[in-house]
Design a protein around this ligand. Structure first.
Ligand code: MGP
Ligand code: SAH
Length: 219
């Protein structure tokens, strides 16, 4: 029992010490819940992804507390931010207000997979749950079995909206598996994300989001 309490506290503390990396406006009253703390995209990373995804209409399919949705509001004309959890959406709206972009984001409470038939967009951003903060305990992260709603199916279903998909994934992800998603003859660009010299996450880009010049020069 004691060790459980200790684990919870140390996990929380680990993310809290990184609070200004997660949101530079943290001190202005940013709100997060437990899952938000360990899954939010750090602001610098979210800024970079938003630049890569610059477009007219973007869907942030798993918006959480708004780490990505807020930055998309600076680079995209319209942002549709979806989350299945009411508390997350409440935090995301509040956090978007702090960044002055709440009126540029349409927040939708619901299950992304069920909403797909009604959605239209130029780009879809996927940052689903990775099954909790212990995702690194597996040597290789299998997106099919370790993303709760099946990460391969999630990608295939998103193709019904657009081919332009950015997928935020763990650093131990199975590279062959995410390359295969692109389909025979197509290119996928996989970006390694480092913070303070440490590999943190991966972002896979598909469709027109792939930087072909970069890929051809680095193949
Ligand atoms: P981490 O590995 O839990 O933290 O998450 P950190 O600081 O790298 O731990 P370290 O002590 O090993 O260095 C790294 C990043 O992955 C977080 O900042 C989040 O952006 C992202 N992330 C982590 N989880 C568990 C999730 C998740 O379930 N879903 C999504 N979309 N992102 C996550
Ligand atoms: N990128 C976000 C973090 C996403 S964490 C950020 O930077 O803040 C993953 C989120 O997916 C969680 O908030 C969880 O509530 C949400 N989620 C889980 N299943 C979902 C579903 N079926 N449809 C939409 N959202 C879902």
């Amino acid at each position: 029992m004691v060790s459980k309490v200790y684990t919870y506290f140390s996990t929380h503390l680990r993310y809290w010490t990184q609070r200004s990396i997660l949101f530079t406006k943290y001190k202005e009253g940013i709100l997060m819940d437990e899952e938000g703390w360990y899954s939010v995209t750090p602001e610098d990373v979210a800024i970079h992804i938003a630049e890569r995804c610059r477009c007219d209409i973007i869907i942030d399919a798993f918006c959480g507390v708004g780490g990505n949705a807020i930055q998309f509001a600076f680079t995209c004309h319209q942002v549709i931010a979806i989350d299945i959890d009411e508390t997350k959406l409440m935090c995301a709206k509040h956090n978007a207000m702090i960044y002055g972009v709440a009126d540029r984001i349409e927040f939708i409470l619901g299950d992304y997979l069920k909403l797909i038939p009604k959605l239209k967009a130029d780009v879809v951003f996927l940052s689903p749950p990775w099954g909790g903060p212990n995702y690194l305990s597996a040597k290789t992260f299998d997106i099919k079995t370790m993303i709760p709603m099946d990460g391969e199916k999630l990608y295939r279903e998103s193709l019904k909206i657009t081919n332009n998909i950015a997928y935020y994934l763990p650093r131990n992800v199975n590279i062959q598996q995410i390359t295969n998603l692109a389909g025979r003859g197509n290119t996928c660009e996989i970006q390694e994300v480092y913070i303070n010299g440490k590999l943190k996450t991966m972002v896979a880009y598909y469709g027109e989001l792939v930087d072909m010049d970069f890929c051809e020069n680095n193949a």
